[in-house]
Design a protein around this ligand. Structure first.
Ligand SMILES: NC(=O)C1=CN([C@@H]2O[C@H](COP(=O)(O)OP(=O)(O)OC[C@H]3O[C@@H](n4cnc5c(N)ncnc54)[C@H](OP(=O)(O)O)[C@@H]3O)[C@@H](O)[C@H]2O)C=CC1
Ligand SMILES: Nc1nc(=O)c2c([nH]1)NC[C@@H]1CN(c3ccc(C(=O)N[C@@H](CCC(=O)O)C(=O)O)cc3)C=[N+]21
Length: 298
């Protein structure tokens, strides 16, 4: 039971507080609040929960929240037309289209339609490219939140061995790039990796973004490793219970005996994602108004 529990929930609350204070200053300087538009297509229950908590957090941080809920059978032309309207709306600084979209909609086409200057998710190919070549742009919220937790705990990451498990465009790949920018030695593992336990064993930093409940075992970890668990997996309900427990991609209970520090699920990376979304939206608002966000304000 040695590992320090990394309090993502608490860290996120403090970040939201700083964003909220700065958002109030923005409103005074700009004569309007910073605005985030969230688009939800369909009725996926998990997505509805996320969208509701984003709305609440946005309003609590002194920003305007514009919610657009569209039926599951919305056509692509209609969705693209909404994105175009939001691109052109001066009250909207950030646009988030909740993923996954229903199967008949082309996610890449929708992301490509979002103005890169309003792409607070950092999913547009322009922002992915900026991250890859080291230009400033929007960085995906989840990996940026993970980096904040890592640097808060470890300070300088130079020369540390980092293993990212997962290579998705929204988590694994940008996570690896951020770690590389911070001078870690980075390995990206995925479903074709041979000897995943052996690869994980050398890591000072493990970031698990797989989507498989409790897959990463305590015996795989190097003693005192820092473990960031991005996974959000719902277990089948216990007999008599309505909902199953939420667990990460790491066998948390056992890993606590080996790791130096570990993020819990829930209460770890998840809350950071929303806090960074608000941060990115405020940064977008300052840029869109041509105002300077004071150094170190966030
Ligand atoms: N906390 C938060 O805010 C967020 C949490 N999440 C959660 O993070 C997890 C990952 O999300 P996301 O990146 O979108 O998922 P994807 O499904 O897009 O990617 C999963 C990755 O894991 C790899 N993988 C699958 N099985 C294995 C295996 N057995 N061994 C090693 N690697 C494997 C896949 O490899 P391959 O490429 O070879 O198929 C793929 O690269 C999910 O649980 C998701 O719910 C996601 C976003 C935000
Ligand atoms: N365009 C887009 N951008 C996203 O950033 C995006 C998305 N689509 N689709 C889905 C994923 C997932 N995601 C999470 C956000 C917050 C929590 C979160 O706050 N989790 C809480 C618990 C939530 C619960 O209890 O269900 C926690 O971990 O403590 C989790 C996951 C953002 N995503």
């Amino acid at each position: 039971m040695g590992a320090q529990v990394i309090d993502g929930k608490g860290f996120a609350a403090k970040l939201r507080e700083r964003v909220g204070a700065q958002a109030e200053k923005f409103a005074q300087a700009a004569g309007r609040k910073a605005g985030l538009a969230v688009v939800l297509v369909g009725e996926d229950p998990a997505s509805q929960v996320y969208v509701r908590s984003k709305h609440k957090a946005t309003v609590a941080a002194n920003m305007e929240s514009f919610e657009h809920r569209l039926p599951a059978d919305t056509g692509e032309a209609e969705l693209l037309a909404l994105v175009e309207r939001l691109n052109a709306d001066p009250a909207v600084d950030g646009i988030l289209v909740q993923l996954p979209l229903p199967d008949h909609l082309d996610e890449q086409a929708v992301i490509a339609a979002i103005s890169p200057d309003k792409d607070v998710d950092g999913f547009h190919v322009t922002n992915a490219g900026r991250l890859a070549v080291g230009q400033s742009g929007f960085v995906p919220c989840t990996p940026l939140g993970c980096m904040m937790l890592l640097t808060d705990r470890l300070g300088d990451l130079s020369g540390l061995e980092a293993v990212v498990i997962g290579r998705s465009n929204i988590v694994g790949k940008p996570m690896a790039q951020l770690l590389l920018d911070a001078n870690a030695t980075v390995t990206i593992a995925h479903s074709r990796t041979k000897d995943l336990p052996g690869v994980v064993k050398r890591a000072d930093i493990v970031v698990a973004a797989v989507g498989r409940a409790e897959m990463v075992k305590a015996e795989w970890l190097k003693p005192q490793a820092t473990v960031i668990d991005v996974g959000i997996n719902r277990l089948p309900p216990e007999p008599g219970a309505e909902k199953g427990r939420l667990v990460g991609d790491v066998d948390y209970g056992a890993a606590q005996g080996v790791a130096g520090a570990i993020t819990p699920v829930p209460g770890g990376v998840g809350p950071m994602t929303i806090a960074v979304l608000l941060r990115n939206t405020l940064v977008a608002a300052y840029r869109n108004e041509g105002l300077d966000l004071p150094e170190g304000a966030l």
